[in-house]
Design a protein around this ligand. Structure first.
Ligand code: T3D
Length: 261
């Protein structure tokens, strides 16, 4: 395990686990934490041994968004520039990473903390967790990609209501609305998340990465463009070692051993 002051990073069996670690502040982001998180995501991008990222939080919260405790109330500050250099590069890294990113939301996810979770590929939350678009409470707008992803996955009416009221949304309702994959018992969260990560880490990483790329592209592609993209990706997948192994394993009635290539 390597330790920055604010993000714990451990690597085992193809899984890079990143744990947001400022529990006394419900893992709210300060500058150092943004940089440590970015380092972890860059490692996930560059290191072929990493086949899955598992993101979670230490303590009772997942992430309370921006650390507001270092702000002088009323002091002017260019938050646009702050987003440009902190949250946005990390959201881009999560979305562009051609490997699954599993998010285990262990407690409250507020503001940018909620939207970082929603940028991940498969989100599992503890039943007691809440998602709060807290921005309106302090006069801000949804950021960290929230204004983009919320209407896409839950539709405008619910996205607007969540963003304008800043009402907490419980994990079970979040799952019913399709905002996340599922809500599980608090005590089962990390076991479920690790089991899922282990299964993905022994999966056909190349194909899983292209699956992510295809699903992202579907948001803006026409059917024709998407069909063309499926041809291109399936061509690559069809020449992969994992496809050959998957078919052999099926024919030989055994479990496939995918190498992610
Ligand atoms: O400004 C920019 O950087 C631009 C980018 C903005 C992106 C954003 O994320 S804006 C939204 C910022 N986040 C919030 O507004 C959420 C603020 N927090 C809360 O509303 C509540 O803490 C929660 C609803 C998340 C949880 O409530 P609760 O009752 O479970 O816990 P608590 O008692 O409020 O918090 C526990 C501790 O964490 C407490 O510290 P203390 O009193 O024990 O010393 C609290 O101050 C601290 N904490 C919680 N959130 C933050 C925080 N400290 C700093 N920054 C926080 N965001």
């Amino acid at each position: 395990m390597t330790r920055s002051n604010s993000v714990l990073s451990s690597f085992e069996d193809g899984i890079l686990t990143l744990t947001l670690n400022r529990p006394d502040k419900l893992n709210a982001f300060n500058g150092e934490m943004h940089m440590a998180f970015r380092k972890g995501l860059e490692r996930a991008t560059e290191d072929d041994a990493v086949r899955v990222v598992l993101l979670t939080g230490a303590g009772r919260g997942f992430c309370a968004g921006a650390d507001l405790s270092d702000r002088d109330s009323g002091a002017a500050r260019d938050l646009g520039q702050l987003l440009d250099t902190t949250y946005n590069p990390n959201i881009r890294l999560i979305r562009a990473l051609e490997k699954p990113v599993v998010c285990a939301v262990n407690g409250v996810a507020a503001g940018a903390g909620a939207n970082i979770a929603l940028a991940c590929d498969i989100v599992i939350a503890a039943r007691s967790a809440r998602f709060i678009q807290a921005f309106a409470k302090i006069g801000l707008v949804p950021d960290a990609g929230g204004s983009w992803i919320l209407p896409r996955i839950i539709g405008e009416p619910r996205a607007k209501a969540l963003a304008m009221t800043a009402e907490p949304l419980g994990a079970e309702t979040a799952a019913e609305w399709g905002l996340i994959w599922k809500a599980v018992e608090d005590t089962a969260l990390m076991d479920e998340a690790r089991t899922l990560a282990q299964s993905l880490a022994t999966g056909p990483t190349l194909g899983l990465g292209m699956t992510k790329r295809l699903i992202h592209a579907a948001g803006t592609n026409s059917l024709e463009q998407q069909l063309e993209m499926e041809i291109a990706c399936q061509r690559i997948a069809g020449f992969s070692a994992d496809y050959a192994e998957g078919v052999s394993a099926f024919l030989e009635k055994r479990k496939a051993t995918f190498r992610g290539q």
